[in-house]
Design a protein around this ligand. Structure first.
Ligand code: HXC
Ligand code: NAP
Length: 268
């Protein structure tokens, strides 16, 4: 029997895959034999990620591109297919976040997050489509609890990520006949990440975050990598269109304590 979590000879493309959660996903696939491609804005981050991924022994490539630039994204997918063939697994996780009240931020601040998270996700999925393996590709959008838990200071992220989950559901319908499965993973508060550094910038806020998770712990990037590999394995061959929280139950609590503490801190 073939191990369901082996990705030898598979091509995995991770948009926004050079740090944090997305890099953790990339590394999990590479450690299980996958040829992994990452793409993000910073050439330095791309180079560092490719070097680490290559140490796992499979092929690795990287592209410096902004998901807001459709032509650059399209070019990355065309070059990927030329070098590594059709894409078996696509992960779309490029995102931006900062805490700010809707009435305090500029229109361009709101637009920047929507352009990266939502329009950028569409660009990635749209440009990847001709290069996805048909049948059989697994597409994963990296969402956030903000998609369905309203949070103060997060109007831009809530609006954008809710849209991302609707892209998941609609494309699961449109692409299902070609046996392309499309799912969202919703990470909870994941330790040692940029996202948490921005929303829980003090030890007190990190403690508050931990306490608001039913499992009483922050998650790890491996927790998200494991879910991504499961969703892209034969074990998940009948799963499409789901929005899967991997959050220790955090979103059941509405993310309350941590965000309430952040609101208080920013009001001082
Ligand atoms: C208010 C802000 C701001 C802030 C930027 N802006 N930071 N407004 N408060 N803290 C405004 C700027 O003034 C500008 O508006 C507009 O946003 C665009 O800013 P730029 O710096 O020009 O944009 P850009 O270089 O494209 O950077 C995008 C970014 C940046 C989102 C602003 O922070 C970024 O690159 N982030 C990527 C990394 C990241 O955020 N990772 C965390 C993801 S975590 P004006 O009007 O002045 O032009 C996540 C969910 C976490 O997504 C959930 C945890 C539980
Ligand atoms: P991160 O390390 O900042 O990851 C964001 C990645 O996206 C980086 O590789 C970044 O690299 C890239 N990126 C950002 N803007 C881009 C753009 N315009 N074009 C191309 N690439 C871009 O943050 P993270 O906290 O790990 O978050 C990763 C994902 O998990 C995001 O989708 C986030 O919404 C989600 N999430 C995080 C948490 C958490 O606890 N951290 C919780 C829920 C959901 P460059 O700077 O080089 O572009």
């Amino acid at each position: 029997m073939i191990s369901p979590l082996k990705f030898h000879d598979k091509t995995i493309f991770v948009a926004g895959g050079t740090s944090g959660i997305n890099f953790g996903i990339a590394e999990n696939f590479a450690a299980n034999g996958g040829n992994v491609v990452v793409m993000s804005r910073s050439q330095d981050k791309v180079d560092a990620a490719v070097e680490k991924l290559s140490s796992h022994g499979s092929k690795s490539m990287g592209f410096s591109a902004d998901v807001r630039d459709y032509d650059a994204v399209e070019n990355a997918f065309a070059e990927t297919e030329q070098a590594l063939g059709k894409i078996d697994v696509l992960v779309s996780g490029a995102a931006g976040n900062f805490p700010a009240r809707a009435a305090d931020m500029s229109p361009n601040a709101f637009k920047s997050v929507v352009d990266i998270d939502l329009l950028g996700s569409y660009h990635v999925l749209r440009a990847a489509y001709p290069h996805l393996k048909k049948p059989g590709a697994s597409v994963i959008n990296i969402s956030a609890p903000q998609a369905f838990v309203p949070m103060q200071l997060q109007s831009h992220v809530c609006a954008a990520k809710a849209g991302v989950d609707m892209l998941t559901r609609t494309l699961a319908m449109e692409w299902g006949a070609e046996n392309i499965r499309v799912n969202s993973i919703v990470p909870g508060p994941i330790k040692d990440t940029e996202g948490m550094a921005r929303l829980a910038p003090t030890p007190e806020l990190i403690e508050a975050a931990k306490n608001s998770v039913p499992l009483q712990e922050l998650g790890s990037t491996d927790d998200i990598g494991n879910a991504a590999m499961f969703l892209s394995s034969p074990m998940a061959s009948y799963i499409s269109g789901v929005v899967l929280p991997v959050d220790g139950g955090w979103s059941l609590n509405g993310a309350g304590i941590m965000m309430d503490s952040l609101v208080k801190m920013m009001s001082k």
